[in-house]
Design a protein around this ligand. Structure first.
Ligand code: UGA
Length: 452
């Protein structure tokens, strides 16, 4: 099928590459010409494992352009995957979405076209995009206007495992008020639903995946599914963090508690890792947007609100723990292990490390930091922040009064902790992710603290 994708961020690029890989003809459009020039030269603007390999394999079916006139006329399905960054009120900024919808309307050729909202958009956006498309077609000569149907197809991919999540998803959700649109999307995703494509060697099909469930529903339900999924995951994390606080007081081990409740199949073991809380561009933005939507309907969402409050309290607990341990923070040197909001990505949006660094800097701490991937991006995006980045963990530890493990990069698990302890002024480590081996650290002479 002929597909156009508007926006080449995480979602757009991953979707485009995966659809091209399974055999569709895909044209990816971005108004950022420099980004398109880089992509044409095979350079990927984000860090995502295996993306460059899959892009190369899919390249015979993949084109990149900045021109709507090139991408839209031949497309049968047009995905909108533009950014919807948060505004101060919590509601997302829909400017890029509206520009994309208008441009699609202006350039669509006659015939039936499905326009799919892939970006996480507020509930009701499908109808709004439909009206923008119709407005953009007004005044065209009779018979030249496309017939648009709008659908919602939320994505559930996680940064760092975006390709795996796109090729082997737990489910695919499609929502539209017109059956014809649902049928087109069903045909598009059939190779993934039936798992009939040959799996790339570097992304093997998990043994448990042989068919993918399809949830085919109305537009508003598909839009709400996305928000409800992210809010539920976010509150699962906040719940375990709340239990962690209590566990600490009563002398219980929160990792054991999480295991004990997670083995109940009604609860499940995932998203129960206690620590400094969630970060990233999605949970914060989507929970805020959900609260903003509810308030437009005169509703409060106290559970979602509480999950957000608890998440920001987890960051403060890092500072409180360090204060309790070191008594005075002003003039201390503290090293952060990890800057990215989670491992296997260079994304720093709403990264706990950046928030914690700022809180420490505000208290007069000298902050040093290490990250295997995100350092360059950190300097680009936080140029004014007085954080000294280092080549490796040993160098970061030099003269530190404490280290804080913020991001659980796998390479932090097996370090020469004895050598690291010797570099530090006081060998204290605060494990923000329950990730390190407490006994091994103790044997290396480190004082181990955890955020429960
Ligand atoms: C999240 C969802 O997991 C995806 O399904 C969704 O598609 C995506 O948002 C989106 O809306 O685009 P992502 O933000 O990439 O994906 O990252 P996650 O793996 O969900 O992690 C989010 C944060 O939660 C990270 O900071 C992670 O460290 C934290 N986390 C996760 C915990 O603190 N504890 C856990 O047990 C799990």
């Amino acid at each position: 099928m002929q597909v156009a994708i508007i926006g080449t961020g995480y979602v757009g690029l991953t979707t485009g590459v995966c659809l091209a890989f399974i055999g569709h003809q895909v044209c990816c459009l971005d108004t950022d010409e420099a980004k398109i020039r880089a992509l044409k030269a095979g350079k990927i603007p984000i860090y995502e494992p295996n993306l460059s390999e899959l892009l190369e394999e899919a390249s015979p079916n993949l084109r990149f352009t900045s021109s709507y006139a090139e991408a839209i006329p031949s497309a049968e399905i047009i995905f909108i995957a533009v950014g919807t960054p948060p505004t101060p009120s919590g509601a997302p900024n829909l400017e890029y979405l509206s520009q994309a919808a208008r441009s699609i309307g202006q350039h669509g050729a006659a015939g039936f076209k499905v326009v799919v909202n892939k970006s996480t958009v507020p509930i009701g956006s499908g109808n709004w995009v439909g009206s923008l498309l119709r407005e953009a077609c007004e005044g065209r000569e009779a018979g030249t206007s496309p017939e648009f149907a709008v659908a919602s197809n939320p994505e559930f991919l996680r940064e760092g495992s975006a390709l795996h999540d796109s090729l082997y998803p737990d489910r695919i959700v499609i929502g539209a008020d017109e059956t014809r649109a649902l049928e087109v999307l069903y045909s598009l995703y059939r190779p993934i639903l039936d798992q009939t494509f040959s799996a790339p060697t570097y992304l093997p099909r998990p043994d448990t995946v042989y068919a993918v469930p399809l949830v085919s529903t109305d537009l508003a339900s598909a839009e709400l599914i996305k928000y409800a999924a992210n809010a539920f995951l976010a509150l699962k994390i906040s719940f375990i963090n709340e239990m962690g606080l209590l566990a600490e007081r009563v002398g219980a081990n929160i990792t054991e508690v999480a295991r004990g409740i997670g083995l109940d199949s009604r609860i499940g073991p995932r998203f129960l890792s206690a620590g400094i809380g969630w970060g990233g561009s999605c949970f914060g933005k989507d929970t805020a947007a959900l609260i903003a939507t509810a308030s437009e309907y005169g509703l409060n969402l106290p559970i979602v609100e509480a999950a957000r409050k608890l998440n920001s309290r987890q960051r403060d607990r890092v500072v409180e723990k360090l204060l309790h341990e070191l008594k005075i923070l002003k003039g201390r040197t503290i090293g952060l292990l990890g800057l990215a909001f989670k491992p296997n990505t260079d994304d720093l949006r709403e990264s706990p490390a950046v928030e914690i660094a700022q809180k420490l800097v505000d208290r007069g701490v000298r902050v040093r930091a290490h990250d295997p991937i995100a350092v360059e991006r950190f300097h680009r995006e936080h140029a004014g922040m007085p954080v000294q980045t280092c080549e490796n963990v040993c160098e970061t530890a030099e003269g530190c009064d404490a280290l804080v493990l913020v991001t659980e990069w796998s390479e932090y698990r097996d370090l020469d902790w004895e050598a690291i302890a010797k570099k530090m002024r006081t060998p204290v480590i605060l494990d923000g992710r329950h990730f390190l081996d407490r006994d091994k650290l103790a044997r290396a002479g480190m004082r181990y603290l955890a955020i429960s």
